[in-house]
Every structure is written in structure tokens, then in C-alpha cells.
Design a protein around this ligand. Sequence first.
Ligand SMILES: Cc1cc2nc3c(=O)[nH]c(=O)nc-3n(C[C@H](O)[C@H](O)[C@H](O)COP(=O)(O)OP(=O)(O)OC[C@H]3O[C@@H](n4cnc5c(N)ncnc54)[C@H](O)[C@@H]3O)c2cc1C
Length: 418
Amino acid sequence: MEKKVENYDVVIIGGGPSGLTAAIYCGRARLNTLLIEKSLVGGLATYTNEIENFPGFPEGVSGLGLMKLFEKQAKKFGVKFKLTDVRSVELEDEVKVVETFRTTYHAKTVIIAAGGRPRITRAKDEEKYLFDKGISFCATCDAAANTGKTVMVIGSGDAAIEEGMFLTKFAKEVIVSVIHDTGKMDCNEIARDAALANPKMTFKWNTMTESFAGDGHLDTVNLKNLKTGDIEGVKVDSCFEFIGYEPNTEVFEGKVNMSKRKYIYTDEHMSVGIPGVFACGDVREKELKQVATAVGDGAIAGVAAEKFIAETEMFENQIMQKDKIGLIYIYSAIDAPSRELLPMMQEIESVFNGQVKLNVIDQYKGKSLCDRLGCDIEPMTTFYTKDGKVMDVCGQCDKKSIMTRLNKLVAQPVEVVV
Ligand SMILES: Cc1cc2nc3c(=O)[nH]c(=O)nc-3n(C[C@H](O)[C@H](O)[C@H](O)COP(=O)(O)OP(=O)(O)OC[C@H]3O[C@@H](n4cnc5c(N)ncnc54)[C@H](O)[C@@H]3O)c2cc1C
């Protein structure tokens, strides 16, 4: 069966906080925007019951509630949503191609906001008990089902301890497996003190998961004591793993530059180094992976996509126009000699009686337009175009040589005056 093809200005891959924010910016800029999400709109932020550090919510806010607001705002600005997974991408050409099972999407720009997923311990038999068989990564989703039960939390970072505290509201006991010595945790001090004082929380210090066991459903986590080597089988009803994340970047391998840990490298404009391709949020190689930073990244990527599209249109339709012979003059507002030649350029345009179209570009304000013409352009460079193609370039041409070059391209040459 032939796949359907749909065209968009922007395709955003991933509907977590970064993708949703990019969508809000693109939608508000009236770009034809599609967001593709493979599981739950809201991403990892929906895994957490309460977000206490997102500005504007002094009493805290539920991850799911906050993400519903993001989604509503993006939809208000006309963003379309598709619930499916992106299987492959082609990003190098002017038209970007994003493939899903049923549809091929063509886009002027692509924003990768695919985030990450929780890491697993890789202990023996873990795969047998993932998700509905007893191993969970989401306290918000599964806490109520553990009311009155005994659960284990693996990890001691902020997410592990904060989600563990939340679980104590439902479970009768929360046993925390911590890799460090007694009292030492990776979380912030406030969370650590609260956890140590919580009567429902107990700790297995210096332990690592050796294996999981149970008859169809998890009932035992075997922990290895790293000091003694002893294995202890701990009876539990469920286990929650909070030991960090890994990026969802398999689809982008070989297409964009990545770190050793497979996070995507970007510059400060969220560009991955391919024109029109941006990445934002947890999928990037960066220091702090939080909702607030995902939102900042998404805003920058959305604006960058909008700017890229506007500049592409300007470059193709105005700078590289095909109606007349083009004279493109690069100057710098802070470089007096190049600025002073602007009237001369206008005079040359008029001498050619409508055969020549002059475009001037400020080297700093129009940096990306200069990049499209070629790298390291100096002020006072002139470009000569015909039928939308650069025919000639000159570094520091005087009036006579500019006119001579134009005379070679126009239908009716004019007298060269100096
Ligand atoms: C338990 C937990 C607690 C947390 N608590 C806090 C907190 O209190 N405060 C805070 O600021 N942050 C918290 N975080 C971190 C925060 O959730 C993340 O930093 C944030 O969600 C990152 O947003 P993102 O949009 O970059 O990525 P994600 O939220 O990971 O979203 C990426 C989305 O892309 C989708 N996707 C991936 N690949 C594809 C594909 N091929 N096709 C289509 N869709 C795809 C995924 O399904 C996902 O929905 C917590 C995270 C967890 C797991």
C-alpha cells in the first residue's frame, strides 16, 4: 500500500514539555505544525505526581495536570497531534522526511524532542517483570494499586526519594535499595532528611539488585550487599526503579551528531548543525534535565524554526530572485567604508534601467543569510546572480569592475562610468 504524504512547515518529534513548548511557539507563529507522540502526550513529566520546582506554582502542580495545560495551549494555536511513533528520518535535504507506519511527512524544519526513558538495572530476569508484572517506573501511575502493600524503590536520587515519599501515602512499607553507605544518598538534603524521618521508609544500604523473582508476577527482589557479598531475598508486591534515564535517540543514530552516551549535540540555538534541524529538552547533551530547562529549550527551538523558515523564504524569493540580474552587497553597519558605499550601489542599480535588482545585507543582522551565500564573507563583498544562481563574486570591487561584471550578465549592457 502506498503511504500517504503530508506536508508541514514544522514536524516536532516528541510530546513532552520541550516538544509541547516548541509547538506552542510554532503554532503561535502561524506555522503549519505537527507534533508526533508515540505514547503519552506530556512525556516523562506525567510520571511524577508533584512538580514542586516549576516556576509559577508555589503549592506544586501535578505533572499530568501541568502537561494537560501545555497540550491545551498548543492546540489553541492550531498545532496538530498524531499519536504514533517516528520510525525513520531523512534530515539532510531541503525537504525533511519523517516516516511513521502509515504516513510520510515532509517538512521544512524538524524539531527533535524525543526525550529519554528510565534506565533499567539489567539484573537477572528483570525483563520478565517489567510494567504490569511488578516493575514500575511511575509512582503517579501505580501508587494507588499498591495501597497497603510493601514496595521497593531502587535508587537514591531526587526522583527516587521524592517518588518514594509519595508512595508512603499508599503503601504500608517502602524499602529503598541504596548503593551507598548508611545515610548517604544522591538526592538533595531536604529530601534525604524527610525520607530518613519517614516511619514508613526503610533502607537497604550498600545494596545492588542481583535478580528478580516471582511466579508470573514479581514477589522477590534479590539484593546483593556490596560489602559482604551476601544475597538477601526481599519480599515485595512491586518494585519502582528510579536510576536515571537514557535518551530515545535510536532513530537518529548516524543522522545527527551525538555524544558517547547517545545524547544529541546542539548549539545555543538548538541547531544540530544541519540547516532546519533542531533538538530540545532531555534528548540533548546538557547539564540539567528538568521541566524548566526543557521548556526553555523548546522555546528557543520553536523560535529558531520560525526564523529558519522566514529566512529561507526571504533568501529564495528576495535575495536569490530570478526576475532580474542580482547584485548582492554585503556591508557592516559598524564598518564605515562598507557603509559609505551603499549610495554608490543604489546608483549602479539605477544606471542599469531596471535590469538589475540590488539587495544589501548587513553582515551581522543577516549573518545566517551570509552563511547561505558562503562562509567567512567580509564586508564589501558583492555577489552577482542570474536565474537564482550565483554567477560571480568579488571581494572589494570598485565601481568600474562592478559595472563591468554586471554588463557581462545583462541583456543590454550600459556605458561604464566612474
Ligand atoms: C519520575 C520522574 C520525576 C521527575 N520529577 C521532576 C520534577 O519534579 N521537576 C522537574 O523539573 N523535572 C522532573 N522530571 C524530569 C522531567 O520530567 C524531564 O526533564 C522532562 O519531562 C523532559 O522533557 P522532554 O520534552 O525533553 O522529554 P520527555 O518528557 O522525555 O518527552 C519526550 C517524548 O518523546 C516521545 N518520543 C520519543 N521517541 C519518539 C518517537 N520515535 N516517535 C514519537 N514520539 C517519541 C516520548 O514518548 C516522550 O513522550 C522527572 C522525571 C521523572 C521520570
